[in-house]
Write a protein that binds this ligand. Structure first.
Ligand SMILES: Cc1ncc(COP(=O)(O)O)c(C=O)c1O
Length: 436
């Protein structure tokens, strides 16, 4: 397709023909991407610290991914795995089953989007336990389908006027050490937020009625809220005592984002079911549920599935992603990146009063901006101004959190040191600029 438009003319067309409910963080229309760089229709270049919202861990247009897609497109583009299966899907399932933490034998199923993986994980958990209830968490995000938005916490924009919602979803507080819902302090609290699950089974929904809890290892949209290690271990023990499953939603945290293939490895916990999507296939629509084999196998044939799930082009792209992560040692690179970002942002925190908290695991890291370190009043307008400053200076970066006051970093792990430092300097200048 030849591009004959400018950013402004495309924006005008978009305003006419694309529904308003679909939003974009920027107004530059991209024609080219390479590694951590995006180029728009007018030749403007951006350093990408958003990675298409955690999708491009191996970078834009990685040659191995491009080749895998082209080669597969030359062979066949679709048969439907439920009609005529193919090799890549089976090989990828094996790789995923071996990569998801824990020693139990596992099985996988493929779908297209994160929300669809979440839907399927809940179906499987309900079928296996023969129980209806699902417990989700404050600040959790699980997608935009009916069940996905029901499980999601934040009302505006994700749920407002979009109900009624799916039944049998309950919500409890999350481990939020910076803004503890129980007004306690770690570690003196003894991670009481995990023990709260016992109370929850008494006062909100009976354990015998609960199929699963669904939980993000680090809450993505919710503000990169990162629980202490013991939190998941304690929750899992309570779940096991009550035969309740744990679904780890690793859609944003997975595929190397935290310096581990899956973040639950960091916590030392084996979830019963894990959802993955986003960086799994470097932008091809592919998601998966991976779980303990006896749980995954409980659903009768055709009880789960879908026309496009595990599309052959997407599966080949995902196999290329696995190859790149291994051959380019991206998990080590991610850990190094994480150390550098952590050190840099902590030094920024000493310099800039507005940075209330720096948190995350590896390069899945964020800074929470507050107007006052004592009151912790969210600096939402200032965060917006900082995001805009970065954008105007050639850096794409995203905010998140209930108050939009958390700056989150999801740059491709293949980013060069030069690009990284350039991006970090823009943020530092932006932090000075928003002081006024
Ligand atoms: C943790 C988590 N779960 C589910 C989803 C939904 O994924 P999708 O937008 O592919 O449906 C997201 C997307 O941001 C996510 O971060």
């Amino acid at each position: 397709m030849t591009i004959s438009h400018t950013n402004a003319s495309l924006q005008e067309l978009r305003n006419t023909f694309i529904a308003k409910g679909i939003s974009s963080a920027t107004q530059n229309y991209i024609v080219h991407g390479q590694g951590a760089i995006l180029v728009d229709v007018e030749g403007n270049e951006f350093i990408d610290f958003a990675g298409g919202i955690a999708v491009m861990n191996v970078g834009h247009s990685h040659p191995k991914v491009v080749k895998a897609i082209k080669d597969q497109a030359d062979k066949f583009t679709h048969t439907c795995f439920m009609v005529s299966p193919y090799e890549s899907s089976v090989i990828l399932a094996e790789k995923l089953c071996r990569a998801v933490p824990g020693d139990s034998p596992k099985a996988a199923m493929f779908a297209n989007s994160g929300a669809e993986a979440v839907e399927n994980a809940v179906k499987i958990a309900r079928y296996h336990t023969q129980r209806p209830a699902i417990i989700a968490f404050d600040n959790g995000f699980h997608g935009r389908t009916l069940l996905g938005m029901t499980l999601t916490s934040k009302i505006k924009p994700y749920k407002y006027c979009l109900g009624p919602f799916a039944p049998e979803v309950y919500r409890m507080p999350f481990a939020n050490c910076y803004r503890c819902p129980f007004n306690k302090e770690y570690p003196g609290c003894g991670v009481a937020c995990a023990d709260h699950l016992e109370y929850f089974f008494i006062n909100h929904v009976a354990a015998e009625q609960t199929a699963a809890i669904i939980i993000e290892p680090i809450q993505g949209e919710g503000g990169f809220i990162t629980p202490p290690k013991e939190y998941f271990q304690k929750l899992k023990a309570i779940c096991e005592k009550n035969n309740v499953l744990m679904i780890a939603d690793e859609i944003q945290t997975g595929i190397g984002r935290t310096g581990h293939m899956f973040a639950m490895e960091y916590y030392g916990v084996e979830a019963d079911l894990t959802t993955t999507a986003k960086s799994l296939a470097a932008g091809m629509p592919l998601s998966a549920v991976v779980g303990k084999k006896e749980i995954m196998d409980s659903v009768h044939p055709s009880g789960i599935g879908g026309t496009y799930g595990g599309n052959p082009i997407a599966c080949e792209a995902a196999l290329a992603v696995f190859d790149i992560i291994e051959s380019e040692d991206l998990l080590e690179r991610a850990k190094g990146l994480g150390n550098e970002l952590n050190k840099t942002f902590l030094s920024f925190q000493e310099e800039h009063e507005i940075i209330g908290d720096v948190r995350g695991i590896g390069p899945m890291i964020a800074m929470e901006l507050v107007q006052d370190r004592q009151t912790k009043t969210p600096a939402s307008a200032e965060t917006k101004a900082l995001v805009n400053y970065c954008y105007e200076n050639g850096l794409i970066v995203l905010a998140c959190g209930a108050h939009g006051n958390v700056l989150r970093f999801l740059m491709p792990l293949v980013i060069t040191d030069e690009q990284l430092h350039k991006g970090i300097n823009i943020i530092n200048d932006g932090l000075s600029a928003i002081k006024g």
